[in-house]
Every structure is written in C-alpha cells, then in structure tokens.
Design a binder for this molecule. Structure first.
Ligand code: ZN
Length: 638
C-alpha cells in the first residue's frame, strides 16, 4: 500500500535502465542528482521566511518525542509535519492556503520546552507559534485576487516585508527600460526585492557570495564533479555556463546558458537545475528553485523509433482516401525520458511533462526541449490500478484481467501511435487553410490522432514489430478507451458543466459515435442500477474506428467546417445529467487522494578497499519520513 495522509498519496517511481548504464554515466547521474537535492533549502526559504525555522523545530520534536504514540495530539502533529514536508512549507502546495494544525498549542509548547535549548539556535519561539497557529497570520502563500495588493497579501518570501505591489511594479517597469527590448533577459528572476536604509528598493541577488550563496556554492561543487563525467564537450560547456551564472547572478549569462542547454540534444543524461518557474510569485517574476535529472528511456524510445521507421507502411495501409494520404511520410522521433531524481519545486509533487526554457525570445529563435517523463506516468498508472476504479467501472472479471495484463503496454503504445504517427499522417488538399476548422480544429485533430492509434493498435503489423505481445492485447485498449470516453472521464467535470477540453471532447466524440453507429459492436448496459460499457464484437469496433478515421481525415483534408461542427456538437460536448451524477457518486465512494507526489529513489555508492567508486546502486526502500529527515540532515545548506 502506498502511504497516505490528509489529501495526499505518495508513489514511488522506478528508474528503468539505470542498473545497466556504464559507471561513467551512473556517476554523471549521481552528481547531478546531488546537485538537484542541494537547493531544497532555497525553496523552503522562498516559500516562507519562517519555513526553515519551523521545519527545524517540527523535526526536533518529531525525532525526540517520547510520549504515547496513541496521543491524538501527537498523531495530528505527525500529519501536520508530513503535510509541511510535502508542501515545502506551511501552505498547501496547490491551494496555497495555510494549514491549520489539529494539535493543540499546549502540546506544541510542552514538546518545545522538552527540547535541549542548545538545539534551538533562536529565541523566537513565540513568533513561530503565532505563525503556525494564528489563522490570520500569513493565511496565503500566493494571493492572486484581483483588486488586492498582491504583495502585502501574499506570504511568499520574494519581496521584503512592507514593499507594496505598486512599488515593485514601478521598480521593474523602470529596470526593464535599461535592457534590450527585443531579447530581454528574465528580469527579476533571481533576486529578492529589498529596501535599503534610505527607503529605495534594490535587488538582493541569489548567487555565490550573495543571498543563498552557501546553498549555491554546494550546488556548484556537485556540478563541477558531474562535469568530469559529462557525455560530450557540449554538455561540459552547458555545465560551465550554469556554474558561471550561479557565480555571477548575471541574467545575460543565464540566457546564454539556456541557449546552450536547448542546443545540447545528444546526451542520454540531461538535467535542469536552477531558478525556473514563476508560479510562486504573485507578480510572476521571481523563480522558485528546482532541479531534476533524467535518463533516456531506451525501451520506449526504441518503440517510438520502430513506429517512425515504418511510418510509410502505416500511411499506405490506412483506411483513409488515397487523395488525403501523405506521399512522403516521416514519423516524429520522440525522445522519451525517465526521471532519475526530483528536487526543489518538483518534489514531492511533480509535473509529468516539462517544456523549457521559459524565455519567449529564446523559444522563438532556438526552440525548446519538451519531454514526457515516462516513469512518472507509469507510477500514476500503477496507482490507478490499485485505486478501485477497475473494480467499480469494468463490467466483469474477464475484462479486468485483460486490462491488468495488457493495459500498460497498450496505453503506452496508443500514446506512441498518437504522437509519432497520428498527428503527422495525412495531408491537406491544395488551397485548404490549416485553420479552416477554427474552434473545432483541435478536437478534430486530436480525434484524428487517437483514431489512427485505435485503428492500428489492433493491426497484425504491431505483433510482427514486437510492439504488442499477441493478437488479443489491443482489446484492453479498446475497453479502457471506451470506458473512459463514455463514463469515467466525466468524474473530472463538475455536475452541470459540459465537456470543454479538446482531448476530452475527442474521446467523447469517438466513443459516442461508435456507440450510436455500431450498436452491434458495443452497448451501455445497466446492472443493479449501475452503468457499464459492454463490448460485443472487437473486430467490428475496429471497423468503426477505421470508418470514422476516414471521415475525420476527409474533414481535415478538405477543411469541411460544417461537418466538423456537427460531429463535435453532436457527440463531443453534452453530458447526460443523470449518468454524470451516477458516475461521480460511484467515484467519490472510492475515496481517492486528490493529490499525489513521489518518494525519490536513493543512490548508494559501492566502493572497493581503496575507496574508489566501483558501482552505484539504485534503491527504492526509503520511507517518506526517513527520506525527509535524511534530506534535512544531509542537504542542509541554509
Ligand atoms: Zn495529440
């Protein structure tokens, strides 16, 4: 069972392929991973200026506590600490609202008084008590409410106390004038705005020798070690530039680094390390610290390559009209990666896709690196398997077995077919405007790619290519796709609302079209007051998907706006209120945690008698609390 508390469930992710990497690459991963953990305290301080001190006191109580474990105050205290760890501070990671402790102030003060006074290197315990317990103090980390002073009402630590929104905005408006307007640096990104004794504002820059300098120096130390094992010259230069940026804090250097990083696409191990996303600043200027390391997923990349190498064959054999087929067909070769370490603002809650850098002009001139993190997705899928969703929504045991056996392989494969071939297939007729389908364009485009995947996942060719294990496997994808499109995707929509998002619309469109036009292939049946998808004929269903693919490709190729509108409006948007209510009720009874995050793997050095590193092992055995306490001890920098 995964660990759960409050609204959180913790997952683990595996790092496939790490064990078989040559030692040199393992060392590169290892030192980059160390660098991703050493910025943790920066983020804690950015989130709240009391964050590090509060963490220190809470952990001291947690490790020294000798009272009864049955004490409700203790139990509530443990949940509170776990939530604080998860959020890297005292505010909820998603809603930004301050946690209200469910243990008493008396319990807290009693336990604090038991601690060795030498363990508490500061006298402000009354102040910390007030911060933790008084709901009026620092109620929200990032306030975005229109009409209020966003700085005075946000408790994040990017601006010194008392600086108003108007002051900060005026300061940055003036500063911006000093820079190149066409290729502006990310102004304000790496500093805290402070007030000097004469009342004027200035930036206290995060760099070596400056604010957060101690943490930054240790990060640089690990980057230097990683550099020795870099895969190529380009990667070395990337690391050198990043270190130079950390040393100087110069934002022009940061842009140079971002350009070098985006152009370095050859290495199998890649990383992000630094001040990156600006969601934690109500003014959207200052970036929270994050770090992660990734490794190419060879198996998934091989799959993607097998498809794109055969792109011509798939195009030739597709059920669409000859006129709409591409003559020269090249698949998109996607690089699929696995996370090897998550740190800072990507830990424990993480994105599963990342697209960087954020600078608009660099993206326009040099492009960006976009990755999907396959092993995190896999961990989510695994959790979904245990969630009770299949017990509740799959019609019978036989079908559940089918999903449990082939579900993951076919899910990944459908995504590959969608991304590597589906979007790239087909062509527009001469003179047709690419935007002819207007607001229906994205739903039709997603439907086209999904249908391409659904049609081909059942093809003998995939068994020949070794991508599906047998001629049965595709059925798992057909069932889960239709169950999602007809029923379960509705759980994410509020009652009374309609379907808005393009991917959800496309799934509803495909599923409901098949249901209406091929009643012999599938039905929705009612058993004991609950509705289920029932598939009667999988071969016929494939025929249905082929027929709709041909029609959707025609609509796209000819720019037939009216047909697109009718298809989307008829099948993709509206929701049956009664069915919606039933599905949501069944879902809510499963009592699933709305938020998930990850426990990192642990890397263990193997040394010979002389102390030389001979191997690095990856371990998945650390408990959440153990990991958090170890990080606080070993990666304490501030
Ligand atoms: Zn797509």
């Amino acid at each position: 069972m995964n660990e759960r508390f409050a609204d959180i469930e913790l997952l683990r992710y595996e790092v496939p392929g790490f064990a078989s990497l040559p030692l040199r690459q393992k060392l590169l991963v290892y030192y980059l991973a160390e660098a991703s953990l050493l910025g943790r305290d920066i983020l804690w301080d950015q989130n709240c200026r009391y964050g590090l001190r509060i963490r220190y006191v809470l952990e001291a109580i947690y490790t020294k506590y000798s009272g009864s474990k049955d004490n409700p105050d203790w139990q509530a205290f443990v949940v509170y600490l776990k939530r604080v760890w998860f959020s890297n501070g005292i505010h909820h990671h998603y809603s930004c609202l301050k946690f209200q402790p469910e243990f008493s102030k008396e319990f807290f003060l009693t336990e604090v008084n038991k601690l060795d006074a030498n363990l508490l290197p500061f006298e402000s315990i009354e102040e910390l008590t007030e911060i933790i317990f008084n709901p009026e103090v620092m109620p929200k980390r990032v306030n975005q409410a229109d009409g209020e002073d966003l700085l005075l009402t946000s408790s994040c630590n990017y601006y010194a106390e008392g600086i108003t929104q108007a002051e900060a905005e005026a300061f940055y408006a003036e500063l911006k004038m000093e820079f190149d307007q066409e290729r502006p640096p990310m102004i304000g990104l790496n500093s805290r705005l402070e007030r000097s004794s004469d009342g004027s504002l200035y930036e206290n820059v995060w760099h070596s020798g400056g604010l957060y300098g101690k943490a930054i120096d240790r990060i640089c130390e690990m980057l230097e070690k990683a550099r020795q094992y870099a895969e190529n010259e380009k990667q070395k230069v990337v690391i050198d530039k990043l270190v130079e940026f950390y040393q100087t804090g110069n934002l022009k250097t940061f842009d140079e680094y971002a350009i070098l990083w985006v152009k370095e696409t050859e290495s199998e191990v890649d990383f992000t390390n630094g001040f990156t996303e600006v969601y934690g600043d109500p003014l959207g200027l200052k970036a929270s610290w994050e770090g992660y390391v990734n490794i190419i997923d060879h198996e998934a990349t091989r799959r993607a390559k097998a498809l794109s190498d055969n792109a011509g064959w798939f195009e030739e054999h597709s059920p669409v009209d000859e006129r709409f087929k591409k003559k020269e067909c090249r698949g998109v070769s996607a690089k699929v990666i696995s996370a090897a370490m998550l740190g800072g603002d990507l830990y424990p809650s993480s994105a599963i896709g990342i697209n960087l850098p954020n600078s608009d002009w660099i993206r326009a001139e040099y492009g960006s690196k976009s990755v999907t993190i396959a092993n995190l997705t896999r961990a989510y899928n695994l959790a979904a398997k245990d969630s009770g969703m299949r017990e509740e929504f799959v019609i019978n045991e036989e079908t559940r077995q089918l999903l449990n056996t082939y579900g993951d392989v076919c899910d990944d494969l459908h995504t590959d077919l969608h991304e590597c071939l589906g979007h790239g297939s087909g062509q527009l007729m001469p003179g047709v405007d690419a935007d002819a389908l207007r607001s229906y364009g994205s739903t039709i485009e997603e439907a086209r790619a999904d249908l391409f995947g659904l049609y081909y996942i059942a093809d003998q060719k995939l068994v020949e290519l070794g991508l599906t294990p047998n001629e049965e496997a595709y059925k798992s994808q057909y069932y889960s796709y239709l169950m999602n499109g007809l029923l379960t995707q509705m759980v994410r929509i509020e009652e009374g609302d309609q379907i808005e998002e393009a991917h959800m619309r496309n799934r509803a469109l495909i599923s409901r079209w098949a249901l209406e036009n091929y009643p012999k292939a599938l039905q929705i049946v009612e058993v004991d007051g609950k509705h289920f998808v029932k598939i009667n004929n999988y071969e016929l269903l494939r025929k249905a998907f082929g027929e709709l693919l041909a029609e959707v490709q025609r609509i796209k190729s000819e720019g037939d706006y009216e047909a697109a509108r009718q298809l989307v409006e008829k099948y993709g948007i509206k929701i049956d209120a009664e069915l919606h209510h039933e599905i949501r009720e069944r879902y809510q009874k499963l009592n699933l945690a709305p938020y998930k995050g990850f426990i990192n793997p642990r890397y263990e050095l193997v040394k010979d008698d002389e102390g030389n590193i001979t191997d690095i092992l990856v371990r998945y055995d650390e408990a959440y609390n153990e990991q958090m306490l170890r990080y606080s001890l070993n990666y304490k920098t501030l």
